[in-house]
Design a protein around this ligand. Structure first.
Ligand code: NAG
Ligand code: NAG
Length: 141
């Protein structure tokens, strides 16, 4: 008897079904945007005693303790998404630089203290967009 094999047709059908459900619900199906929100959007900013405590808590809560550095943007997803269209200027392939400054907190791992150091500032951000939605955080400037 032949061993059972994965069925690509079945998987494709399921993927199309998921896409249809997303379209029916009137939302764009963009898993990378979901990841972007989890990793980079925190609005309003989660309360912590200071920026270092903020970073240590957030990197743990958002399951990013494997990352060397990460930036959180304290703005609504809707307002960040506008950087992909009217509130941004094209800056390389798929990249947009915001016209306005955003309140952000940058977290960087410090190997000496084995913890994160946080710095908050107001800066322009550069993000990568796909299909009108943010998918990657590039940098602040
Ligand atoms: C979104 O951006 C607009 C225009 O920059 C600003 O007036 C508004 O306060 C922002 N919304 C929120 C919820 O921060
Ligand atoms: C950024 O934070 C400052 C200080 O908390 C606040 O006054 C300002 O309105 C914020 N800016 C934006 C764009 O949300």
């Amino acid at each position: 008897m032949a061993p059972s094999r994965p069925r690509p047709v079945l998987l494709l059908t399921l993927a199309l079904l998921a896409a249809c459900v997303a379209l029916t619900l009137g939302q764009k199906w963009n898993p990378l945007n979901d990841v972007f929100r989890r990793e980079h959007v925190d609005n309003p900013k989660t309360i912590a005693t200071n920026n270092n405590a903020y970073c240590n808590r957030m990197m743990w809560d958002r399951v990013m303790y494997w990352k060397y550095s990460n930036t959180f943007i304290h703005e609504t997803p809707e307002n960040i998404t506008k950087v992909c269209t009217t509130e941004g200027v094209a800056n390389g392939p798929y990249r947009y630089e915001s016209k306005n400054e955003f309140n952000i907190t940058s977290c960087t791992f410090n190997p000496w203290s084995i913890s994160y150091t946080g710095i908050s500032s107001s800066q322009k951000i550069v993000i990568a967009c796909w299909d009108g939605l943010p998918v990657f955080y590039v940098k602040s400037k």
